[in-house]
Ligand binder design. Structure first.
Ligand SMILES: Cc1ncc(COP(=O)(O)O)c(C=O)c1O
Length: 369
């Protein structure tokens, strides 16, 4: 008898699948960008980014171009922002769980990272009050739309309560919104920037809207902060990847972004539905929030299951690779949390992956008894 080797399924990184990358259009836009702006795009340039793209993004946001910076991906812009605004030893408040690379960026800068517990509709304001009272954080980092890693969108009442605390504490709030335009159901919730314009820095990115390999992200702040970030960016890389910014500019200007978002929503919505259906079927004892967009569903394992053990059983026995949950927790207990990214797998793979996950959970729980 031959045993069939099952292909390994990776339920790890939140990356777009190959079929979501518009190679032919990007090729066209590249040729067009070089024909129109070649001498600028192939030369050194101020670190604020390609001026036509900067102006276009600023116009869309209703701000002047000096309030906006375009750089090599939003995670590096978060790094420059924190580097310019904070000093080693300062405290940053983040959601718990939160985007792991943000925690890494803050810690690399010698900052202390303190978690604020997440509830089903965003961070708990009472927990933030407590963190403010005990740690006096200078900055709150939040991912309010389809959060990485939980998929949670912060409700308007929560945003108002959080904005009020940030206003009183005279902190800066950074809202990181790379998934905001990937909504598959429901209505947009107003961004923090509308609730608290003078204390909010907004970060976003073309990584999930177009292609992560282009490395084009942007920050919307106020002019002094943009100037400081541009100086740090110049010291780090002199000039951002200009050709990529020219490509993005042509992509947006020619109307491809709107079409691409439509394509992505149609591709990802059934994947999210497949993930939720598979969880209902295979893991009814788990808990999760049904997201209305983005890339992730955050799963809370049944009582008695341990995420690290489940990951080990999944990898060794079932050909399933999971993320290390501890990276999403700056503090607190990661042991019952599993991040499930659904965009990079098709519906069939999602069903198989969740069935394997459920078996790994059962076996890990039996081992633990
Ligand atoms: C919340 C969040 N911010 C930032 C990023 C990274 O964006 P970029 O590729 O623009 O650096 C990601 C990528 O997964 C993310 O989930």
């Amino acid at each position: 008898m031959t045993t069939e080797v099952q292909p390994v399924i990776k339920l790890t990184r939140g990356v777009p699948p190959a079929e979501a990358l518009p190679c032919a259009l990007v090729k066209d836009c590249c040729a067009r960008a070089l024909a129109q702006h070649g001498e600028v795009l192939l030369q050194y340039h101020p670190a604020t980014g390609f001026t036509p793209l900067r102006e276009l993004l600023a116009e869309e946001a209703g701000v002047s171009a000096d309030s906006l910076l375009v750089g090599n991906g939003s995670i590096q812009l978060l790094f420059f922002l924190a580097q310019g605004m904070l000093s080693p030893g300062d405290v940053v408040a983040v959601e718990r769980p939160t985007y792991d690379r943000a925690v890494t960026a803050f810690r690399t800068l010698g900052l202390e990272v303190v978690g604020v517990a997440m509830e089903n509709d965003g961070p708990d304001p009472a927990a933030l009050e407590d963190v403010v009272r005990r740690h006096s954080p200078r900055l709150l980092y939040t991912v309010p739309d389809f959060q990485n890693p939980t998929g949670i969108t912060t409700s308007l009442p929560k945003r108002e309560a959080i904005a009020d605390i940030v206003r009183r504490a005279d902190m800066v709030l950074v809202e990181d919104i790379p998934y905001r335009r990937l909504r598959y159901a429901g209505e947009d919730v107003p961004p923090y920037r509308e609730l608290l314009p003078r204390q909010v820095v907004q970060l976003s990115s073309f990584s999930k809207l177009l292609a992560p390999g282009l490395r084009v992200g942007w920050a919307l702040a106020w002019p002094e902060v943009v100037r400081d970030m541009a100086k740090l960016a110049e010291d780090a890389y002199i000039t951002p990847g200009m050709l990529a910014q020219g490509v993005v500019y042509e992509f947006v200007r020619r109307g491809h972004l709107a079409d691409n978002l439509h394509t992505l929503r149609n591709l990802y919505k059934p994947r999210l539905e497949a993930m939720l259906k598979a969880l209902d079927e295979h893991l009814p004892r788990g808990r999760w929030i049904s997201p209305q967009g983005g890339f992730f569903v955050g799963l809370t394992l049944p009582c008695g299951a341990d995420a690290a053990r489940v990951a080990e059983v999944g990898r060794k026995q079932h050909g399933l690779v999971l993320s290390d949950s501890s990276g999403f927790f700056p503090d607190g207990d990661p042991s019952r949390f599993v991040r499930l990214p659904f965009c990079a797998l098709d519906e069939e793979e999602i069903e198989v992956a969740v069935a394997r996950l459920a078996r790994a959970v059962d076996e890990a729980m039996e081992d633990g008894r």
